[in-house]
Design a protein around this ligand. Structure first.
Ligand code: MN
Length: 245
């Protein structure tokens, strides 16, 4: 089994190193990850400047680009082999509901998926790396399930509660919940009197009901949501077709 490992928190982040520790003994791995924290970079590719790939260790590379850049470069020329799986994470902090649109962790897995490779995005619900080893153990177990009967490729978004392994209640197949509108931008003044802005926190769960990723993780389960990328609004397409006829 050959696994491409990546993330959006940067190649030195504890989360990616936890993945390397659990997958290196059981698979041929390559690590291609951003050289710094590129969280919330979504599916962006860097086209306005060149990208440099630095080898930090055998099979570990960092790139001055986004998570999508890393996977794209890995799959289109850097690696001498095509991975069987792409594994992204483990992210510091949840990627649930609408977060998935902004997430670099999910975007990296999406890039693998778009190249036809089964891909996994792993995130811990809370920041701070609490119970990271438990999360890595869960990640290994999920990947080893192989999902042989599952349609390929697939894109799994996985959120893991920060609980000791024994306290986790199992795996739940979920749909994405929804968040309330994000909180307001935070305005400050710089030393020169200029207004500056920080993007505020994401909203709290608006649809966190039974069956959602929010609900599963709140109740101690590991949430697995199969994602798709086609954004077409089928219902509105039908209405639009009629309206334009
Ligand atoms: Mn991140």
């Amino acid at each position: 089994m050959r696994i491409l490992i990546t993330n959006d928190d940067g190649y030195l982040a504890p989360g990616i190193n936890a993945l390397i520790e659990v997958f290196a003994p059981i698979a041929e791995i390559a690590v291609v990850a951003p050289d710094s924290n590129r969280s919330a970079s979504s599916n962006s590719l860097t086209l306005e400047r060149p990208l440099f790939v630095i080898q930090a260790q055998p099979n570990v590379y960092h790139v001055n680009g986004t998570p999508s850049d890393c996977v794209h470069i890995a799959l289109t020329g850097l690696l001498p082999w095509k991975p069987d799986l792409v594994v992204s994470g483990i992210n510091q902090g949840q990627n649930m509901g609408d977060d998935t649109l902004y997430s670099g962790t999910v975007a990296a897995a999406t890039e693998g998926y778009l190249f036809g490779i089964p891909s996994f995005a792993f995130s811990q619900v809370a920041k701070g790396w609490g119970e990271l080893q438990s999360a890595a153990r869960v990640a290994r177990e999920i990947v080893l399930r192989k999902f042989d009967e599952f349609p390929k490729p697939f894109l799994f978004n996985i959120n893991i509660p920060n609980l000791p392994y024994e306290k986790m209640r199992g795996l739940r197949a979920t749909r994405l919940g929804k968040r309330h509108q994000a909180e307001g931008v935070i305005q400050m003044t710089d030393p020169f009197g200029r207004a500056m802005y920080w993007i505020g926190p994401a909203g709290t769960a608006k649809d966190g009901g039974e069956g959602t990723d929010f609900h599963a993780t709140e109740n101690g389960y590991v949430s697995i949501t199969p994602l798709q990328i086609d954004l077409t609004h089928q219902e509105q397409l039908a209405i639009l077709k009629k309206g334009l006829a």
